[in-house]
Write a protein that binds this ligand. Sequence first.
Ligand SMILES: O=C(O)c1ccccc1N[C@@H]1O[C@H](COP(=O)(O)O)[C@@H](O)[C@H]1O
Length: 206
Amino acid sequence: MSGPVRVKICGLTRVPDVRAACRAGADALGFVFVPASKRWVSPERAAELVRAVPPFVERVGLFLDAEPEFVREVLAVVPLGLLQFHGREEAGFCSQFGLPYTKAVSAAQEPVKEAEAAFGNAAGILVDSHAPGGLGGTGHTVAWDAIRPGRLPLILAGGLNSANVAEAVRVVRPWAVDVSSGVETAPGIKDPDAIRRFIEEAKRVN
Ligand SMILES: O=C(O)c1ccccc1N[C@@H]1O[C@H](COP(=O)(O)O)[C@@H](O)[C@H]1O
């Protein structure tokens, strides 16, 4: 890792939360296009949310075993800059949309090195506590000391919050951290104070 860790706030569903995250210094915002998720947003709703995102804040679309036609439908309506795949997608699938992508892998099931071999053209590997095929955003942490960053930027997710993110960054030294449930009062409903505290805590680690 070099410089302060980057922070992605994921699972936004409301314009005021988008604005609060940007004001607090978020580097990236995530929009969940997974119908079974409580944080699901329709493409039209996501387009409205993305209109509230200022320049230089990355807009990330999260998918889980979606049909390629659905990803294209979303891209036709929502100007995303990065795709995040959370299911059993393979590298060929992930790279067909003309946008950089990150691949989520389960910390317990796939070491980062193996993931990098399988997803060599990814922009980064996201380590989460989810099992492939299952839903993410569980709020469960992963065993940080078992994670060995490889050559690709590593994004650490899974159960992070303002009380544990500084320690997680110190142990793993990721390129970025990603949080959803740790800054919420309910799924999809973000708490501006929790977002602000989370970003402060993450970025204070040298
Ligand atoms: O947030 C969701 O509902 C979700 C659904 C399907 C796949 C991933 C999902 N969220 C992602 O899971 C990680 C960890 O989240 P948490 O901080 O533990 O709640 C993060 O990348 C979310 O974007």
